[in-house]
Design a protein around this ligand. Structure first.
Ligand SMILES: [Zn+2]
Length: 471
C-alpha cells in the first residue's frame, strides 16, 4: 500500500513534471537572464556612482585648492594693509590706542592663522599636482579636506581684519584725498550695475525695496560726485548701504519669481567664449524652448556687427551676459603685462554696449584669478568673479555630446555653477538632454545672481552658492 502509494506519488509527480520541463527551462533561462541583467545593472549603477564620486573629488580638489590659494593671498594683503595703516597712525597725534592695538593684534593673529594653514597643506602640495587626474578618489578626497579646512579657517579673518581696520582707517584717513578719490571711484564703478537692477526691479510689488534702493543710489551718486566734501567713513557707509539695498532688491525679485535656492535645488548654467554664429544661437534657442535660464560670458573680441544681436537677445530673454576678457587672456598675465584697460575695461564696455546691460560679473579664462586682478576688478569695474564647481569638459579634445552630458550629470549638485561653452556643436547637441536630466533630478536653472540671492559683489569670487570668497 505504502509502496504503491509512493510509486503512484512518484509517477504522479513525474507525470506532472514531465510536460513542464521545457517551460521550466525557459523560466530558468529568464531567471538567469534576470540575474545577469540585475547584477550587470548593479555593476553599472555602482560604476556610475564610482565615476561620479571620482569626478566630484577631482572637481572639489581644484575648487578648494584654488579657494585656499585666493583666500591666503587676500588675508596676506589685508594683513599688510593693516600694518601700513597702523604705521601711518603711529605718526599722527590723533591715535585711538585701543582700536590700534586691536588692529595690530588681529593682523598678528591672521598671520599666525596663515602660517598654520600653510603648514597644514604643505604635504598636499600645489593644485596641479595634488589634483591631477587618474589617482584614487580617496587620495583626492584627503586633499580636498586639507584645502577646504585651510580655506575655511582663513575665511573669517577677511571680515575680522576689515572690521578691526575700520575704526582706525576712518579716523586716520578721514580726509585723505587719495583714499577718498579711490573709494569714490570704486563706488562709481559699481553704480551702473546697481542702477540697472533698480530699473529692473521698479515694478516689484514690494515698492519699499525699490524706493530704498533708489535712495541708496542717489546718496552714492552725490557722495561720489564730490568725494572731497565727504569723509572716508561716510563713503564706506554709503557703499555698504548701496549693496545692502541691492541685495534686498535681488532677494525681493527672487521671491516674486518663486526662486528660493536655499530650500529648493537650483543650478546656474554658464556658457563661455561666445558669441559665435550658429552654436550660440542653438544654445539660446534650446534654453528658450525648455524655459531654462543661463548666464553667458562673452569674449569682447568676438563681439562684432554680426554677433552683437545674439547678446542683445540673451539679455532680452532675461539671460545676463558677463565678460570673459577681450582676448581670452589669463588674469595674472593681464595684470603683469599691463593689459588691464583693454582686457577688462574695453571688453566690459563693448559687451555692455552689445547686450544693452552693464557687466556685473567676469569669468576668468581657464578659471585662473589672483589677488591683483580681484583688486583691479573691484576698484575699477565694480564686477565680481564668477568661477564654477562643475566643469563639463566640453573644451577637451575628443569631447562628445554624450561625454559632456555625463560629466555634467555626474558632478552636479544643488547650488552648482556649471561651466560650458557655446562655441561647440557637441555642447549645443548635449544641452537639450542636459536640461531634461537636470529637470528629472529636480533642479531649477537660474542665473548666477538668482542663485546667490544677492547682488554680485565687486571683488567677490563665486564658485557655487555655497562657496563664496569675500573681498
Ligand atoms: Zn574661455
Amino acid at each position: 500500500m505504502v509502496l504503491q502509494h509512493d510509486t503512484s506519488h512518484v509517477s504522479a509527480t513525474a507525470a506532472t513534471r514531465k510536460p513542464h520541463t521545457p517551460r521550466q527551462g525557459v523560466r530558468l533561462a529568464i531567471a538567469a537572464a534576470l540575474v545577469v541583467a540585475l547584477s550587470s545593472s548593479v555593476f553599472l549603477l555602482a560604476g556610475l556612482a564610482a565615476y561620479a564620486w571620482y569626478r566630484r573629488a577631482l572637481a572639489d580638489c581644484v575648487e578648494w585648492g584654488n579657494t585656499y590659494r585666493l583666500m591666503d593671498e587676500h588675508v596676506a594683503a589685508l594683513s599688510n594693509q593693516a600694518t601700513v595703516i597702523a604705521n601711518r597712525v603711529s605718526q599722527t597725534k590723533d591715535v585711538d590706542r585701543k582700536s590700534l592695538d586691536k588692529l595690530d593684534a588681529t593682523a598678528a593673529q591672521a598671520s599666525a592663522q596663515r602660517r598654520q594653514a600653510t603648514a597644514s597643506v604643505q604635504t598636499v602640495g600645489d593644485v596641479p599636482s595634488a589634483c591631477r587626474a587618474k589617482q584614487s578618489p580617496l587620495a583626492l578626497r584627503s586633499h580636498v579636506d586639507a584645502y577646504r579646512d585651510a580655506a575655511l579657517a582663513l575665511k573669517p579673518w577677511v571680515g575680522r581684519l576689515r572690521k578691526a581696520e575700520h575704526p582706525v582707517a576712518v579716523r586716520v584717513l578721514a580726509q585723505d584725498s587719495q583714499t577718498l578719490n579711490e573709494t569714490a571711484g570704486r563706488i562709481r564703478a559699481a553704480l551702473p550695475g546697481v542702477r540697472e537692477l533698480a530699473r529692473e526691479t521698479t515694478g516689484l510689488h514690494d515698492h519699499r525695496v525699490s524706493r530704498e534702493l533708489h535712495k541708496a543710489i542717489e546718496a552714492a551718486q552725490s557722495v561720489t560726485d564730490k568725494p572731497n566734501q565727504a569723509s572716508y567713513g561716510t563713503l564706506l557707509d554709503t557703499e555698504r548701504q548701496l549693496f545692502a539695498r541691492a541685495d534686498a532688491a535681488v532677494h525681493a525679485r527672487n521671491i516674486e519669481r518663486g526662486i528660493d535656492c536655499g530650500r529648493t535645488a537650483c543650478v546656474a548654467l554658464t556658457f563661455d567664449d561666445g558669441p559665435r554664429a550658429g552654436t550660440s544661437q542653438q544654445v539660446t534657442a534650446a534654453l528658450r524652448r525648455a524655459g531654462d535660464q543661463a548666464t553667458f560670458f562673452a569674449i569682447g573680441g568676438a563681439v562684432n556687427d554680426a554677433t552683437q544681436t545674439m547678446l542683445r537677445n540673451d539679455t532680452r530673454y532675461g539671460m545676463p551676459v558677463g565678460s570673459h576678457t577681450m582676448s581670452h587672456m589669463d588674469l595674472p598675465m593681464i595684470m603683469s603685462s599691463g593689459a588691464e584697460h583693454r582686457e577688462f575695461d574695453e571688453a566690459s564696455a563693448r559687451i555692455a554696449q552689445a547686450s544693452g546691460r552693464p557687466v556685473t560679473l567676469l569669468r576668468p579664462p581657464h578659471g585662473v584669478a589672483d589677488e591683483a586682478s580681484r583688486q583691479y576688478l573691484a576698484d575699477h569695474l565694480g564686477v565680481g568673479i564668477a568661477l564654477y564647481d562643475v566643469d563639463s569638459y566640453d573644451w577637451a579634445v575628443g569631447a562628445t555630446a554624450r561625454s559632456v552630458q555625463w560629466k555634467v550629470t555626474a558632478q552636479v549638485r544643488s547650488g552648482s555653477i556649471i561651466l560650458m561653452h557655446d562655441i561647440h556643436s557637441h555642447t549645443a547637441a548635449a544641452l537639450p538632454h542636459i536640461l531634461d536630466a537636470l529637470r528629472a533630478k529636480g533642479y531649477r536653472t537660474v542665473t548666477i545672481t538668482e542663485l546667490i540671492d544677492r547682488y554680485p559683489r565687486p571683488g567677490y569670487v563665486y564658485y557655487s552658492r555655497d562657496n563664496i570668497i569675500p573681498w
